[in-house]
Design a protein around this ligand. Structure first.
Ligand code: FAD
Ligand code: NAG
Ligand code: NAG
Ligand code: NAG
Ligand code: NAG
Length: 510
């Protein structure tokens, strides 16, 4: 009775204003009060296991913590923990009807600044939509929209299966996939989005649809490359593979003067037509004072899904460069893999509630002159004690699988399919967001521009959507190819004409 009274009041208040976004958004404080009431009034319409959480509730604070809070802090005033697809649908429907901003939250590791543009609104927490089911064929799995990487990986491994999951265990499956999904299996099977078979999607107006090659194919195309701008995915169906083997892994640790030699070796191995798709190349620059008190060192890891004998020739090339030391691991299974590569839930990479910022750059190959200039900035930055824990990611996961996919079949940019090398300075610092933020951004930008300065003539600047800072222009993330960009914008207009999905490196309406 009481809740329907409140919702009735809310509905009439809202109804008068739906068409008038301007005044509606002016008085945020007054609206927040209404929003709490409206969201609470949703409760009777939600499933038994759903909850509505308001700032007075004990779980509130914990649900504001993100991978990179306080730097990233969407300004929520109510949370709906959805437990079914219908819960998501009802919440989006309410939000859509009254122009209330909302944002889905799964792994909380989204780190683009555009997430801070949420002025007020509803967090749709997806974590209760956490499930992994191997479909009867054994060739696909159905994965809940709020499932995390580690949950999916372990559930699949228990059945001797693997899928194109990403590297860090702590992100969700859906989040990375919607704009790509860089993975240790991409050289064989493409990005995560290339393995999407179908998805259940809640559109901006609250309608639930299936997107696949046969159902809403336009939406399916847009979802795979710009998904966060198009809907909330409540479940997704991914291709599965039998686990073929364990992994053989070696981490070579070098002094920083070997940067050019390492990147030359990477360019050679990576561009060789006979490069094994079982091989993953990834490096990290970071300070380890006991190893080198003056400069960052380079940890370069070769991971091979297969026996040591097959990997040996690759390992020999990196041994020949003259590492300080080598850490070998053999017979690593798909669960241990994350620990060995330092991407597990309890790794530094997965730390929560600490400022971190990526500044992604994708490149057609490593230009060692430009990489040296960028690394010098990184050295200088990490000599500043505030940023001493930052890392410089140097990734070449392999592109055969990615390039085997017809580029017109998804909305993913051409550069994202073509450029094999990804640099991502990941800057960490303590304290409140404002302290250090401007300096971190300036360093990130300097590193990025140094790398872009090494692009061959005519090559376009590209940043992986999921590694963007949030200051990039649309083409740098979504590509330069006019037909693709026009189609993406036209579909945005058709599926989300009021721009409800506008907080994650958004595809603009016009
Ligand atoms: C520590 C770390 C490790 C990373 N590792 C990798 C990696 O190995 N490979 C890679 O490709 N990328 C990686 N990334 C980048 C990653 O792809 C993005 O940060 C991604 O946005 C994380 O998604 P999330 O669900 O964890 O975060 P969230 O902040 O919960 O979500 C990010 C965005 O996706 C939207 N979203 C989340 N769930 C859904 C859903 N079910 N339906 C629709 N929209 C949804 C959210 O609304 C938000 O806009 C990493 C980032 C970090 C910080
Ligand atoms: C609610 O959650 C419990 C515990 O996870 C589960 O056993 C039950 O099936 C759920 N109920 C519904 C209606 O989904
Ligand atoms: C950041 O905080 C952590 C935890 O309090 C501490 O261990 C670390 O030394 C701090 N780092 C810097 C650079 O201040
Ligand atoms: C490499 O980068 C430098 C800038 O750092 C640039 O002057 C040079 O032309 C680049 N080399 C190639 C082959 O593109
Ligand atoms: C919701 O949006 C979709 C996509 O634009 C549209 O096809 C559908 O008719 C809309 N539904 C309602 C009820 O407006």
């Amino acid at each position: 009775m009481r809740s329907s009274l409140i919702i009735a009041t809310w509905l009439s208040l809202g109804a008068a204003q739906t068409h008038a976004f301007g005044p509606f958004e002016k008085n945020v404080a007054a609206r927040a009060g209404h929003l709490n009431a409206a969201t609470a009034a949703l409760k009777p319409f939600l499933s038994q296991n759903a909850s509505v959480i308001l700032p007075i509730d004990k779980d509130w604070d914990a649900l504001q913590i993100r991978g990179t809070s306080p730097r990233i802090h969407p300004n929520f005033n109510a949370i709906v923990e959805a437990a079914t697809e219908e819960d998501v649908q009802k919440t989006v429907e309410l939000a859509s009807k009254f122009g209330i901003p909302f944002l889905a939250v799964s792994g909380t590791h989204g780190w683009t600044k555009t997430l801070n543009n949420l002025p007020y609104g509803i967090q749709i927490n997806m974590r209760k939509l956490n499930s992994v089911t191997v479909d009867p064929s054994g060739k696909t799995a159905s994965i809940g929209g709020g499932t995390l990487q580690w949950e999916a990986n372990r559930a699949l491994y228990a059945k001797n299966k693997q899928a194109v999951l990403t590297l860090c265990e702590c992100t969700s499956v859906a989040g990375p996939m919607l704009a790509g999904g860089h993975s240790m299996l991409q050289a064989r099977h493409g990005y995560t989005l290339d393995d999407l078979v179908s998805a259940r999607v809640i559109l901006a107006n609250g309608t639930a649809v299936t997107a696949s090659s046969s159902s809403n194919p336009d939406l399916f195309w847009a979802l795979r490359g710009a998904g966060q701008s198009f809907g909330v995915v409540t479940s997704l169906q991914l291709k599965l593979y039998d686990v073929p083997s364990t992994w053989t892994i070696s981490t070579f640790i070098y002094t920083s003067d070997k940067l050019e030699a390492v990147l030359d070796a990477v360019n050679k191995v990576d561009s060789d037509a006979t490069r094994s798709p079982n091989l993953v190349l990834s490096g990290v620059g970071k300070r380890i004072p006991p190893m080198d008190p003056e400069n960052p060192v380079i940890l370069y890891t070769l991971s091979y899904q297969g026996p040591e004998a097959e990997a040996a020739a690759y390992f020999a090339k990196f041994q020949a460069i003259g590492p300080i030391t080598v850490k070998p691991s053999t017979n690593v299974n798909n669960v241990e893999l994350y620990k060995v590569t330092q991407n597990s839930v309890d790794s530094v990479a997965c730390t929560r509630n600490k400022n971190s910022m990526g500044s992604g750059v994708s490149l057609p190959s490593w230009n060692t002159t430009a990489a040296r200039a960028a690394f010098d900035v990184f050295s200088k930055m990490t000599a500043d004690p505030r940023f001493s824990q930052s890392v410089f990611l140097l990734e070449n996961y392999g592109m055969q699988g990615v390039q085997a996919v017809d580029p017109s079949s998804t909305s993913l940019s051409l550069e994202e399919r073509q450029y094999p090398a990804v640099a991502n300075p990941t800057i960490w610092w303590n304290g409140t967001a404002a302290v250090g933020q401007a300096d971190a951004e300036a360093y990130g930008e300097q590193i990025r521009q140094a790398l872009f300065a090494g692009l061959p003539k005519g090559a376009k600047k590209h940043t992986y959507v999921n590694y963007a800072v949030g200051t990039e222009d649309f083409n740098q993330m979504y590509g330069y190819d006019t037909a693709r960009v026009q189609r993406l914008k036209a579909l945005k207009k058709a599926y989300d004409p009021r721009n409800g999905f506008r907080f994650y490196n958004p595809v603009p309406l016009a």
